[in-house]
Design a protein around this ligand. Structure first.
Ligand code: PLP
Length: 427
């Protein structure tokens, strides 16, 4: 069985051992313990190559969305491949600085709630552009730039009022959502910005949501953006950057044939069509598409228990380690690290130890029979996995390992209770 579009494949003796690149995952589970996040450096490089190929001939920068997975080693790897970064906080700015200082000039700063101190830090760092989301934010940015005797490069994040079919929590491009400036107000704000000595209108950005598996809504959004760019040019407001945002989805189902290169090619066709004749630079902010399928979460089975007709496989990983199933009813494929010759399929719920009924990874899933001590891989956990993890139930967060060919390296040690309790004090 080949698992499509992923660097996690069965091999070894009888093709029974799941490996990441050339490293058997059971070895990693043994060395580093579980729960454990494992990432494939090769998979990350491959996705970046796909972007370069799909947008060949278009001046562009891939500004990887840091919030999808912000591990310093992963940012360092991406920076080394020439990536810029899309950040949403001062904390993420600091992560970029620590990963690769030279990448700061390729940072775009998004988010509806930038605080003054975060603006100050980004101004001092000399980032590429602030994606401003409201008139009030533009005001504050001008004040902070004035105080620092700087000129802030500005893009407005517009809200194109385009519906992208995805989970409601990760859809962002409608007026009903908190994101962006309505197209009708954007023009006035650009005029305002162009009159300020401390603001330089330099771009425009749009981001309509996440896990979007069809290129059409991106085209609709960019069409509206392009019209505005043309109108502004007629008023001598020449924008250099069009930022198409992120949001391109993946298939989380291993039973589906999924060709990321074909989806990206379709997306690139749509984006290129809307950019026809624009002589500036394209910015892209993919997160999930780059990193989701490069990662898996390894978990060990603690117990198999039966409640009446239901069977629960209880693992040592839980919703605090990977919240996507609980938060978005997301599907993740779960596969055993070792396949057995005569695997019997059984229907089970895969759950964690956290005291919430929402703490599950799969419900009523047909899976090869598992017993206590087995280890499973929860696939496609590279994006919004560790990044959204928490210490709920006073659980220490997993370690992270980066695999590259036959090598593996710890890129975040497992948290300890000392780390976790350190900031607290008794009265
Ligand atoms: C979250 C986010 C992204 C990345 O979204 P993906 O779906 O992971 O590609 C890009 N841009 C902005 C502004 C975001 O908020």
């Amino acid at each position: 069985m080949r698992i499509p579009a992923r660097n996690f494949q069965y091999g070894g003796k009888n093709g029974a051992e799941l490996a990441c690149e050339k490293v058997p995952l059971s070895r990693l589970a043994q060395t580093y313990g579980t729960p454990l996040y494992v990432y494939s450096a090769g998979a990350i490089r491959e996705r970046m190559r796909m972007f370069a190929a799909a947008f060949q001939g278009v001046r562009h920068t891939v500004c990887y969305s840091v919030k999808a997975n912000s591990n310093l080693s992963i940012l360092q790897l991406l920076a080394g491949l020439g990536a810029g970064f899309d950040i949403v906080s001062g904390g993420e700015l600091e992560r970029v600085r620590r990963s690769d200082k030279k990448a700061l000039k390729r940072v775009v700063f998004s988010g509806v709630g930038k605080a003054a101190a975060e603006m100050d830090a980004a101004l001092a760092a000399g980032i590429l552009v602030f994606n401003v989301e409201s008139a009030a934010e533009l005001d504050l940015l001008e004040a902070r730039a004035r105080a620092a005797h700087k000129v802030a490069p500005v893009a407005l994040r517009v809200n194109p009022d385009v519906f992208a079919e995805t989970h409601p929590y990760i859809s962002t491009g409608l007026h009903a959502h908190k994101f962006g400036v309505p197209m009708s107000e954007a023009r006035a704000l650009y005029r305002l910005a162009s009159r300020s000595k401390h603001l330089l209108p330099t771009g425009i950005s749009v981001h309509i949501g996440s896990q979007i598996q069809n290129a059409e809504p991106f085209g609709q959004a960019l069409r509206r953006v392009r019209e505005l760019v043309t109108d502004l040019a007629a008023e001598n407001i020449a924008l250099r950057y069009i930022d198409a945002g992120g949001g391109l989805g993946i298939s989380y189902r291993i039973e589906e044939p999924f060709d990321p290169q074909a989806l990206l090619a379709q997306y690139a066709r749509v984006v290129r069509a809307e950019l026809e004749g624009f002589d500036g630079e394209l910015l892209l902010e993919p997160g999930r598409f780059v990193i989701a399928q490069a990662g898996a979460l390894l978990a060990q089975v603690l117990y198999v228990k039966r409640n009446g007709s239901k069977t629960f496989v209880v693992t040592d990983a839980a919703m605090n380690d990977l919240i996507r199933p609980a938060l978005y009813q997301a599907h993740h494929a779960i596969v055993p690290l070792r396949r057995r010759a005569k695997d019997q399929a059984t229907v089970v719920d895969v759950v964690g130890p956290v005291c919430e009924s929402g703490d599950f990874f799969a419900r009523d899933r047909s899976m090869p029979e598992l017993t206590a001590g087995d280890t499973v891989a929860i696939l496609d956990a590279g994006a919004y996995g560790m990044a959204q993890s928490s210490n709920y139930n006073t659980r220490t967060r997993p370690a992270e390992v980066l695999v590259d060919g036959g090598k593996h390296k710890l890129i975040r040690r497992r948290e300890t209770l000392r780390d976790l309790l350190g900031p607290e004090m008794l009265r």
